[in-house]
Design a protein around this ligand. Structure first.
Ligand code: SAM
Length: 221
């Protein structure tokens, strides 16, 4: 049984999937399921924090077919490729600072015209200041200053009332503190700088000590 649970996101029996815009190609070792001439790529929650958050009950997925997205920490393109299936009429600016890792994403970008690879440091948004303003900012960089990175990039690129999603890894921030305490502090920082945290999704058992915040950007006062 196939059911569309958000725009362009499907459950096929008990598997989360997106409809591939690059038929016949795998990006990682994902399974492909064919239904009525379409190919659906199974979205693995152990390899994608966004998939994990969806399966853990994320209520609102702001990514729509025509969304413009800035994705920070693109890595080799696992989650960005699913976002590219969802926003099939939109655009994803995918920033990664490791040339070696970004190179692995390039073959996926060839037939995915909405997925734009950018070699850049998310700490320095001025390096890619040529991109347009976006509806959604997605960040998964696993760095101690991840909230600061989100704030900086939002100032440059996120439309007012746009959405931000950030995956926070407690251990990247402080190994000595309780994850709960870290998440509370990170939330306070984001709320101080113009974000309203709408949802907080603990993504255990897919990732340990990680949380995904869905936020709305009101802009700094
Ligand atoms: C956890 S991985 C991202 C996985 C990816 N989001 C996915 O779900 O497929 C984090 C990535 O962020 C990158 N990264 C870390 N700091 C960065 C920075 N300041 N600017 C750009 N990329 C960064 C790392 O090189 C790594 O590839």
């Amino acid at each position: 049984m196939i059911k569309e649970i958000y725009e362009n996101v499907y459950m096929i029996d008990d598997k989360l999937a997106t409809k591939s815009i690059d038929k016949g190609k795998r990006v990682y070792d994902e399974k492909i399921i064919k239904v009525d001439g379409e190919e659906y790529r199974v979205w693995n929650p152990y390899k994608s924090k966004l998939a994990a958050a969806i399966l853990k009950g994320l209520k609102t997925l702001p990514i729509k077919r025509d969304s413009k997205i800035l994705y920070l920490g693109a890595s080799a393109g696992t989650t960005p490729s699913h976002v590219s299936d969802i926003a099939d009429k939109g655009v994803i600016y995918a920033v990664e600072y490791s040339p070696r890792i970004l190179r692995e994403m390039l073959s996926s970008c060839k037939n995915r015209k909405n997925l734009i690879p950018i070699l850049g440091d998310a700490n320095k948004p001025q390096e890619y200041s040529y991109i347009e303003r976006v509806d959604i900012l997605y960040e998964d960089v696993a760095q101690p200053n991840q909230a600061e990175i989100l704030i900086k990039n939002a100032k440059f690129f996120l439309k007012k009332d746009g959405y931000a999603m950030i995956a926070i890894k407690a251990r990247s921030i402080d190994v000595t503190k309780e994850p709960k305490e870290i998440f509370k502090e990170q939330k306070e920082i984001l709320e101080k700088y113009g974000f309203k945290v709408l949802e907080e999704i603990d993504i255990e058992p897919y990732e340990k000590d990680h949380i995904l915040f869905l936020c709305r950007y009101k802009g700094e006062k």
